[in-house]
Design a protein around this ligand. Sequence first.
Ligand code: ADP
Ligand code: MG
Length: 692
Amino acid sequence: MNGEDAALTLSSAVETLPGVGEARTKALARLNLHTAEDLLRYFPRDYEDRRKCCSIQEAPGQGAVCIWGMVAESPRCSRIRKGLELTKVKVVDDTSAMTVTFFNQSYIHQVLQPGERYLFFGRAEREGSWVQMSNPVFEREDRVQFLGRLMPIYPLTAGISNRLLAGLIRRCIDPCAGQIPELLPSEIRGEYQLAQSEFSYRNIHFPADENALALARRRLIFEELFYLSCGLTLLRSRRTGAEGPVCAALSLAPFYDLLPFSLTDAQRRTMEEAAADLAQVRPMNRLVQGDVGSGKTVVAAACAWIAHQSGWQSALMAPTELLAAQHVRSLAPLLAPAGMKVGLLTGSMTAKEKRTVRAALAAGEIHLLIGTHALLSQGVDFARLGLVITDEQHRFGVDQRAALSAKGIHGVPNVLVMSATPIPRTLALIIYGDLDVSVIDTLPPGRTPIETYVIGEDKRQRMYQFVRRQVRAGRQVYLVCPAVEEHTGQQQDLKAVTAYTQELQTQVFPDLRVALVHGKLRPKEKDFVMSAFAAGEIDILVSTTVIEVGVDVPNAALMVVENAERFGLSQLHQLRGRVGRGPYQSYCILMSNARNQESIARLKVLKETTDGFRIAEEDLKLRGPGDFFGQRQHGLPQLQIADLAGDTRILKQAQEAAQQLLAQDPDLSQPAHQPLLDRVRRLFAENPDIFN
Ligand code: ADP
Ligand code: MG
């Protein structure tokens, strides 16, 4: 260790490291690496095993090997053709000789010195009696650093090579690894047999062996999940002290009498859980999760009914105008016999219409207001807001939920969130850490299962024939194409979908009514097309995933998904839920020309099951949790090393440990826990709105 390194501290800027100038500083900044501490906390995504050594005679071994050898003569360069230069070096050891060849690396002949010993790492091949190695990595005998060991592989950016980054981190490890404070209480470390902080930082980067790596990883994952659990528990307990609008504890029987059907057990249980929440001083904050078609809307109605019995108004926010209107159509007649007035407020209403609604709302004449984001706008004032319901919550940010809640003037209103994204229960408890969760895990009786097929491009004509037969039988068809997301400018996809629609209109189905709806349309245009489809004026609706959320067209009995491999399974499952809403046998055809067997196998999961939760588990296994939440709208901090899907066992332990600690020190206010609290705050720092 030289004096310069000894002066390195966690807060040393990367510029102070040798070899890091302006350009590399900028490149490192792109990876969010500004200080020595950032470097230490930048974990490898993988490791390359460079430990296997053999002599030249023993080569070739399986895969890449390390070979010690002396450069026997000066490297020879030759130009094979334009753009291809070879540098060949003869290398010998006690057993034999080999040729090491480098392509387009003519500087090599200045680096490799005859008579010096080097460690070469690469794939050795035998050509006749000769061993040959191409483009190996090598290090001189007295400077071996990254060979003969487990080499960390880091996520990179342009201008930063893995070797450079590994070198920088290597420099920081010795002086700085011990400076990272140990924040895990020693009892917890003892109980869960967790490695020390310093050991873990050293071995996550440059593991002594697999065992050390496993110990380091486990500790770091545990640590991160522990902070996460502490933060979420603190969030939840913050609500315990809050007071909200209280509803009377009532029998739900009169509400049940309003319904044209009998509820499923799951619906009933969910309503009772929500009713119990509403009767408490602590405001309700409940997530209702249920697969598409499981009947969540009626749960919302039940809650609004309970609120109304105690004189509170309710708001229901839907992600699109169409859905808001659909809710009004189904809920207004349902609740009218109970004396409840349901209002609608959307952005496309005229100023006069809006004014009328706002006045009725402020006067307390509207008991349930249903709408879009317009509900959040200025001047929408409730007389007595007691309950806020958001539908299909993954479309709303945490902040939007908060904005609506802020409209309550009698403390924090009760909140009910409905989501069709079937997140596995264990995960939901974490993700929606500050929410209580009810799951509607059964569908109402009498649904005919949707028949699902996965087919390749070769069957396209037969698919078209099937579409035609369905239309002839009086049904309507959804034809979904990937992308054209609302916010990303994927012009390419939009062009492709537009061209495809034209082809369908003019060549494939010139006699049928084909229309297109996509995310780039204005809400009004979108609703116009969707309403025409709902009214049966369109036979085939080509769309991007804008129809994903809650649209109800019972006559649609066929869903075709193009390039199905580009969707997540849960997303496809949601899409499929758009059909099978009426009395007709319904079908889902997943088109995929993916030659990749894996992605075909993945799609077949949908053929095998209609259980949204099972599908979600598969998705989670295959693609990780990111898929459930397009943007990071769930409000969870970004995790560095832990994987919510893969590390469930450690997650459980970390949660347990967090509960233990918080049982002793509920708000981490003991002086000894101050650094821990700071760390938890830092983890949530990107989401100040949910944690402060
Ligand atoms: P989602 O959970 O997808 O929002 P909805 O609430 O829109 O589902 O319900 C889907 C359909 O099922 C609606 O037409 C609704 O009236 C109907 N439904 C809901 N619950 C029941 C039930 N228990 N029995 C029969 N039909 C039901
Ligand atoms: Mg719904």
